[in-house]
Design a protein around this ligand. Structure first.
Ligand code: H2U
Length: 349
C-alpha cells in the first residue's frame, strides 16, 4: 500500500455506500492512559430459569418457548414493525412527510444453550442458524408486501443487547431501508457500467493485495474493508456473485457457517472476551426483481478499540462531520490475523 496512507491523515472512500471515513494513522502512536481492566470471566449456566429465550421458559408476554433442540424462531413479542399496519401517508407539503410502514419482527435463538455464543458453538450448530436465516428470508420475502428482509445479530451489553442468550433478529418490511438502499444504488451503477458486481472486482483486488484479507474458505472471503469505520470492522463476502442467501448451494452454506464462526473466534481472541458487535446480512431486496447487481455479504461492526472495556465512541466530529479512525484497517487486519491459530481462546491451554 502507498506508504503515505500509513503516515498522514487521509480520507478513504466507501464505494458501496458513497461515504468517506477520515483515517488518522499518526494518532495510533499516542500514549493511552485510559482504563484497560479485564472483564470478570463470564460464568453463565447452560440454562437460566430467568431467561426469556431459554428452552421451555415463559416469555414476557406469557407465551412458553418449546423445548427446542437447536434453532428457534418466533415472532418478536415487542416488534418495532407490525403486520397489521394499514396503508397510509401523511404529507403536509414538502416538509412534513410520513408513510405508515408494514412489517414483521422475528427473534431467532441460535441455540438452547444460554452459555454459548456463535464462536463457541460447533460448526453443525452454526450451519443450522444459516439454514434458519435462509428459510426466514424465503418465507418472509415471499409475502407480497415484504420488499426487504434484514437479518442481524446485535451482541453484547455494550451494544444495548438485552439478553446474553445467543440470538439475533429479523425485520421484514415494505420499504428498502437506507443502508441497503445506498448499497443497491452503488451496486446497480457499477453493474451497469462494468457488467460485473462491485464486490467481485473488490474481493479479487483484495485477494491480490493480501493486506486486509483475514482468511478465505471455499465459499467466502473474510476481510477488513479498505473503508472500514469501526476499529475491527470486517466483511464476509460470497466468492460467487450471489444476490441472496437462498442462492447459496450446500457447500456455500457450510462455508458461511464456518466463516461466521471463524471470524467471531478471531474477535473473541483479540481481547480474550466475548466480543460485542452488530452484524448482519446485506442482500437483494425481496421485491420480485432479479437484482443481478446485488452481491450478498455480511458486515460486522464491533465497537471495541483497545481492550475488553474501552470502546470507540462515534461522537463529536463523527456525529457532525465524518466517521474517523486511528488504527488503520491494515493494522486491524494484522491484529486479527495474529490471533488466528489454535481456535477459541477458552479452548486454548
Ligand atoms: P435484543 O437483545 O437484540 O434487544 O433482542 C431481543 C429481542 O427479543 C427484543 O427485540 C424480544 C425483544 O423485543 N423479546 C421477545 O420477543 N419476547 C420476550 O419475552 C423478551 C424479549
Amino acid at each position: 500500500m502507498n506508504s503515505l496512507l500509513n503516515e498522514y491523515p487521509h480520507r478513504r472512500y466507501n464505494p458501496l455506500t458513497d461515504a468517506w471515513v477520515l483515517v488518522s494513522p499518526h494518532r495510533a502512536k499516542r500514549p493511552w492512559q485510559g482504563q484497560v481492566e479485564k472483564l470478570a470471566p463470564d460464568t453463565r449456566p447452560p440454562h437460566d430459569p430467568d431467561c426469556y429465550l431459554c428452552a421451555g421458559n415463559t416469555r414476557a408476554n406469557g407465551q412458553q418457548n418449546p423445548d427446542y433442540p437447536d434453532v428457534f424462531v418466533f415472532d418478536n413479542d415487542f416488534a418495532s414493525l407490525l403486520e397489521t399496519t394499514p396503508p397510509g401517508t401523511v404529507a403536509e407539503g414538502e416538509l412534513f412527510q410520513a408513510r405508515l410502514e408494514r412489517g414483521i419482527g422475528r427473534v431467532i435463538c441460535f441455540s438452547p444453550r444460554h452459555d454459548l455464543t456463535i464462536p463457541e458453538m460447533d460448526l453443525a450448530a452454526v450451519r443450522k442458524v444459516v439454514d434458519a436465516w435462509a428459510d426466514e428470508y424465503r418465507t418472509l420475502g415471499a409475502k407480497p408486501f415484504v420488499n426487504y428482509v434484514q437479518i442481524f445479530e446485535n451482541k453484547g451489553a455494550i451494544m444495548g443487547c438485552s439478553n446474553p442468550h445467543p440470538h439475533g433478529q429479523i425485520w421484514a418490511q415494505e420499504s428498502i431501508p437506507d443502508e441497503p438502499l445506498k448499497k443497491q444504488r452503488a451496486q446497480l451503477a457499477y453493474w451497469e457500467r462494468q457488467g460485473r458486481t462491485l464486490l467481485s472486482d473488490y474481493v479479487q483486488a483484495e485477494l491480490q493485495k493480501q493486506e486486509r484479507i483475514l482468511f478465505e474458505n471455499e465459499g467466502f472471503v473474510a476481510l477488513v474493508p479498505f473503508w472500514a469505520v469501526w476499529p475491527f470492522e470486517a466483511m464476509l463476502v460470497a466468492k460467487r456473485p450471489v444476490a441472496r442467501i437462498t442462492d447459496l448451494d450446500e457447500p456455500e452454506r457450510d462455508a458461511l457457517a464456518a466463516a461466521y464462526r471463524q471470524l467471531t473466534i478471531l474477535y473473541d481472541n483479540v481481547f480474550q472476551t466475548s466480543f460485542p458487535y452488530s452484524a448482519g446480512i446485506h442482500q437483494a431486496p425481496t421485491d420480485g426483481e432479479a437484482h443481478p447487481e446485488w452481491h450478498m455479504h455480511l458486515i460486522f461492526y464491533p465497537p471495541l478499540l483497545r481492550s475488553a472495556t474501552v470502546k470507540k465512541f462515534m461522537v463529536g466530529y463523527e456525529m457532525l462531520a465524518n466517521p474517523q479512525r486511528d488504527i488503520t484497517p491494515e493494522k486491524a487486519a494484522e491484529v486479527l490475523r495474529s490471533v488466528a491459530g489454535a481456535g477459541h481462546y477458552k479452548q486454548q491451554g
